[in-house]
Design a protein. Structure first.
Length: 241
């Protein structure tokens, strides 16, 4: 019995680590895809892509995953055409969820996303069913270092056209309008700031808290979506712990 219990504990830990690894790889793939779409698939000519690839390799992301993300962005997969789709719906407890997908098969993706929602007690909605609960904003994150002056970072970001700068324990979070995101990012790049992450994201206007069974079901939904190769990003208004 103890051996069986030990195996369950090991398997549980492995599953938890696999979920974390999958989440990291999904974000790294998205970063590579975004940078390749923005500046081309040659890392020698695209500093943003080069930085994204370096981060992926540091996280031990397989080269095949890196190449696939670049080829998706540049359309270099023979005979394959990718389509960007955003799915919207409600998860357990009425949590609003938006899922960005890049797929070569609309029917497969729709079926898999719908199944993920229904299996977790949620339901997929029509386009626009939850989008009104989010604001679209540009987000730029810069890691704090000893040589960065907080006031200078704020001044440079605002001068570049940012809407706001927030300071967290280990990073600066700069928000912009979607329209000015590229200009702000470029300006900060040219001033020598090492941008840890930059994207246009959907930010929830309000948050929904979950507990107990609903929270477990929501975590299952998120893990299922994160492990789907077609999923590029997931946004929800779940209250963060």
């Amino acid at each position: 019995m103890s051996g069986h219990s030990k195996w369950n504990n090991i398997q549980h830990k492995k599953n938890a680590l696999d979920a974390i690894r999958g989440k990291i790889f999904m974000q790294l793939s998205k970063d590579i895809y975004t940078e390749a779409r923005r500046g081309g698939g040659d890392p020698e000519m695209n500093a943003g892509l080069r930085h994204a690839i370096e981060k992926a390799k540091a996280a031990n992301m397989p080269n095949d995953n890196i190449s696939r993300a670049i080829n998706k962005a540049t359309g270099n997969l023979d005979g394959v055409t990718y389509t960007e789709i955003t799915y919207e719906g409600y998860g357990p407890g009425g949590v609003a969820v938006m899922v960005d997908v890049l797929t070569d098969n609309r029917n497969r993706s729709a079926s898999e996303i719908r199944h993920a929602f229904s299996k977790s007690g949620g339901n997929l909605g029509e386009s626009g069913s939850v989008a009104f609960l989010f604001d679209k904003q540009g987000l730029i994150e810069i890691e704090k270092t000893d040589d960065l002056d907080e006031d200078q970072v704020m001044m440079d970001a605002i001068d570049a056209g940012a809407d706001d700068v927030q300071t967290e324990e280990d990073r600066f979070i700069i928000t912009t309008s979607p329209e000015s995101f590229e200009d702000v990012k470029k300006a900060l790049d040219e001033q020598g700031y090492a941008i840890d992450r930059g994207e246009v994201a959907m930010i929830p206007k309000t948050r929904t808290a979950l507990t107990g069974d609903d929270l477990e079901k929501m975590e299952t939904l998120m893990n299922t979506l994160e492990n789907n190769d077609d999923v590029q990003d997931i946004y929800s208004n779940l209250e963060e712990a």
